[in-house]
Write a protein that binds this ligand. Structure first.
Ligand SMILES: C[S@@+](CC[C@H](N)C(=O)[O-])C[C@H]1O[C@@H](n2cnc3c(N)ncnc32)[C@H](O)[C@@H]1O
Length: 457
């Protein structure tokens, strides 16, 4: 595994609190891909199984629709070669289960079926396309079996008994199966498309080596079933590389609860603790979204003024690739100003405003949608790292609203160009790997070309 990681300029370091951490051995610039890896097993969620190939998880297209397995008629494939790979890796053993409608009851069971069939072959010394490093990495992942909730363990025991009875392994024991289920619980990934909509689940042993931070320097993207880990800021030699296990827009108490209950640790990242150089500012983000409501609290008052303050200070940093220190300093000044003036944001109001934003888009009320969209963008910029896929996608949607807003005339087109230029910059960092992701960059480019033509007439 070490030699696999070193090809990518990263290594594992032992860590007292986290067991191990991924450390960079070279400089990664924002937007570069840190590592691309394959799953031990993955599958589309049941609602997507007619639209995504069961093996590579890519979507069908009009010229080549997905074809179903003629025996069970439960899974779909994009090509003969995917169907063949699926047959030899797991489907040969599972097809009759699906036919008899004794298929997996839930995703944990489906994943256990697929992973344990492969592990049994591996333990029987079957050649598995040089994937030995994936198995070794998987076996070393933490199980947290002693920490897991008793109700989960009861469920894992039940699933393991069923899977062990049906699949009749040569080497894998029932106890191994319980360990694997515990590993899935604190290591597995949901798989999302370029718009961050979830369509599948996967066991990615390499991706599972990355620890969590509430202010991550890396993100996880996908191309079908392939996992892509990208850095979203420049990373120096010796830095730890972190992804985020939870939505960083959540308030601290909710993040801590989720991390404790699912991953069994207390987060001490720069946003949750205070011994890092920039932690002063990062801990302030949580003060801003968690403040006690009191008489002097101005929640949502004078939104226009706040939005203008935030966007005029932070958007130029997105466009001009300023240094991380310059960006953090600007963020610090704004957050301090907002806190001094008692302006607090409530995450509940962010989700209701977002819903309203999309309602206005559905009703084609472009002018109202741009006002709401700008407000949402300003809050996102306070909470998320600047080169984050959520910011990229929101900028694109907002740019489209400005473009559609003919009531705003020329000014609206100019603002569309400004916002779309920012979207392009961020997407070039977050979405520059994988066909589905790159397609979003192409869409922004096409719209920008049209908008610029309009201005030049
Ligand atoms: C997906 S694994 C990450 C890799 C793990 N450190 C290893 O060496 O296998 C998740 C587990 O790592 C540990 N972990 C991840 N991020 C952490 C953090 N920020 N602080 C403490 N422990 C962390 C927790 O035990 C968690 O359940």
């Amino acid at each position: 595994m070490e030699s696999f990681l070193s090809q990518y300029g990263i290594s594992l370091k032992e860590d007292e609190q986290k067991y191990r951490s991924i450390i960079s051995n070279k400089i990664f610039l924002a937007g570069s891909t840190i590592i691309i890896s394959y799953p031990l097993a993955s599958f589309p969620l049941s609602t997507f199984n007619k639209f995504r190939c069961d093996q590579c998880l890519k979507t069908s297209n009009d010229s080549t629709p997905l074809r179903t397995c003629s025996k069970c008629q439960c899974v779909y494939y994009c090509s003969r070669s995917c169907q063949k790979s699926s047959w030899v890796t797991h489907h040969k053993w599972l097809c009759s289960n699906y036919t008899k409608s004794k298929g997996a009851e839930d995703n944990d069971e489906e994943m256990l079926n697929r992973v344990s069939i492969l592990i049994d072959k591996f333990l029987n010394d079957e050649k598995l396309d040089n994937k030995g490093y994936l198995f070794e990495t998987f076996f070393q992942l933490m199980t947290h079996r002693n920490d897991d909730h008793v109700m989960n363990l009861i469920k894992f025991e039940r699933i393991s008994t069923k899977v062990h009875e049906i699949l009749k392994f040569k080497k894998v024991t029932k106890d191994d199966l319980i360990n694997h289920l515990c590993r899935f619980h604190c290591n597995n990934f949901t798989i999302h498309d370029s718009q961050l909509f979830i369509y599948g689940e996967g066991t990615y042993p390499i991706g599972s080596l990355f620890n969590h931070s509430c202010r991550p320097n890396a993100i996880v993207m996908y191309d079908g079933a392939i996992q892509i880990i990208k850095c979203i800021q420049d990373i120096s030699i010796g830095d730890e590389i972190n992804i985020s296990y939870v939505d960083v827009a959540l308030d601290r108490a909710t993040r801590q609860k989720l991390l404790r209950e699912k991953y069994f640790f207390k987060c001490q990242c720069p946003r949750c603790s205070s011994d890092e150089p920039h932690s002063g500012i990062l801990t302030k983000i949580d003060q801003l979204i968690e403040g006690e409501e009191c008489e002097t609290t101005k929640q949502g008052s004078n939104n226009e003024e706040i939005t203008t303050l935030i966007l005029s200070n932070l958007l130029p940093h997105l466009k001009n690739n300023t240094t991380k220190t310059d960006y953090i300093n600007s963020l610090y000044e704004i957050i301090s100003t907002l806190l001094e003036q008692n302006h607090l944001f409530y995450i509940s109001s962010l989700s209701s405003t977002t819903k309203l934003f999309y309602d206005q888009i559905d009703l084609k009320r472009w002018n109202q949608s741009t006002t709401l969209g700008k407000y949402i963008l300003s809050i996102y910029l306070l909470i998320y790292p600047r080169y984050h896929p959520i910011i990229a996608l929101h900028l694109f949607t907002l740019g489209k609203c400005y473009w559609n807003d003919i009531t705003g005339g020329f000014e609206s087109v100019k603002e569309a160009i400004n916002i779309l230029e920012c979207a392009k910059k961020v997407l070039n960092i977050t979405h520059n790997e994988g066909d589905e992701n790159k397609d979003v960059i192409k869409q922004v480019n096409d719209l920008l070309i049209m908008a610029k033509k309009e201005v030049s007439y």
